[in-house]
Design a protein around this ligand. Structure first.
Ligand code: WQD
Length: 340
């Protein structure tokens, strides 16, 4: 009997790619999403890739009655991967209460319901944002958690504390917290990818839209940082590599009884890449120029951060494998498949 996994926010960018990898690894997937930042057609893409259409439940994770109904209608859920959250850094500064209510209530509701429905564990989608501006790079899981620079980042820090305190209180659940660096790219099939609504906040979707002529010009937010080419450095991780890490984490959490109740892993490639280097990598991989100009710094941006993924490599047995040129090709393939 296949283990049943609930993927909250499963029609979203990382959620949909993770649903594909879970199905391909033999899990049964149930998705809950309120479709506030994604669309139902993503299920068609998941089905086109895997041949399986996951059970879909339209609902709000911050409505506990929706969740209770979901667990009642889908008995036997053993694990949860929680992606459902608002995630735009800039928007979180403008609408902090929306972020605290949505992101924290969602997690609290899930944790509250887990024991009663026999759910053994939750994989939590966290972010390298919890580290703030690192004192040194690469950064491992022992690095200090710095004061959040946005309500979004703060919800990730508080969520990690909620999980820790809940399990410390004796709750019969486990958790693996995954701190993502910068997820980018799209599934190689071209059937699913990032679908930003409105003007993309993140770099790569803006890049591919500029390359496609949907946006006139990419603005590079600053080239006067203390980095080799002056632009910010990040650890860009292919979304399929990231999705595969969730499957490994879920299997470890559910099938092993010799692991700690809570484990934390940085998920990155271990390589820092600058904005200008990524633009050059896109051109090299696709032959397509990205029109760009240098603009002022973006408030709140971190200068440089990249992961030390040693713990995930050695303990999870996971390693980022997709080379950046393949990621760029997949991102471009996906962009070209979208209506202009
Ligand atoms: C990357 C770099 C920008 C757009 C955020 C969240 C993180 C995660 C990923 C959710 C920066 C530069 C960007 C543009 C640019 N979110 N940039 N022009 O800010 O590192 O991380 O998104 O999980 O938690 O904090 O990602 O893609 O916005 O920016 O020059 O039009 O690209 O300045 O240096 P970021 P990003």
């Amino acid at each position: 009997m296949a283990q049943k996994i609930l993927v909250t926010g499963g029609t979203g960018y990382i959620g949909s790619h993770t649903a594909v990898e879970l199905i391909e690894a033999g899990y049964e997937v149930v998705i809950i999403d309120n479709l506030s930042n994604s669309n139902i057609e993503v299920l068609d893409g998941i089905e086109a890739i895997t041949g399986v259409r996951p059970v879909f439940f339209k609902g709000d994770c911050n409505n506990i009655e929706d969740l209770r109904r979901l667990f009642t209608e889908n008995p036997g859920i053993e694990g949860i991967i929680n992606f459902a959250a608002s995630k735009a850094v800039g928007e979180s500064v403008q609408k902090p209460l929306l972020y605290y209510r949505n992101n924290l209530a969602t997690l609290i509701n899930l944790l509250d319901l887990m024991p009663g429905f026999g759910v053994k564990g939750i994989v939590f989608s966290s972010s390298c944002t919890v580290y703030g501006e690192p004192d040194k790079n690469p950064i491992d899981e022992t690095a200090p958690i710095k004061p959040a620079t946005s309500p979004y980042g703060n919800t990730k820090q508080i969520s990690e504390e909620i999980i820790t305190d809940y399990i410390a209180s004796g709750a019969p659940v486990k958790s693996i917290i995954l701190r993502y660096f910068n997820p980018i790219g799209a599934h190689p099939s071209g059937k699913i990818g990032e679908l930003p609504i409105g003007v993309p906040g993140n770099l790569v979707p803006y890049m591919t839209q500029a390359a496609a002529g949907i946006r006139p010009m990419l603005t590079v937010f600053g080239d006067d940082y203390n980095t080799p080419d002056g632009s910010c450095i990040r650890d860009y991780i292919d979304v399929v590599d990231l999705a595969k890490a969730h499957v490994i984490a879920m299997r470890r959490m559910l099938d092993r009884n010799d692991t700690d109740a809570i484990e934390i892993f940085n998920l990155g490639t271990g390589c820092g890449v600058s904005v200008l280097e990524l633009i050059a990598a896109f051109k090299k991989a696709t032959g397509v120029d990205i029109p760009y100009k240098i603009g002022p710094r973006r408030a709140g941006d971190i200068e440089k951060i990249w992961a030390d993924p040693k713990k995930a490599n050695e303990v999870l047995g996971w390693k980022a494998k997709v080379p950046i040129d393949r990621t760029m090709k997949n991102a471009w393939q996906w962009q070209c498949s979208l209506p202009k």
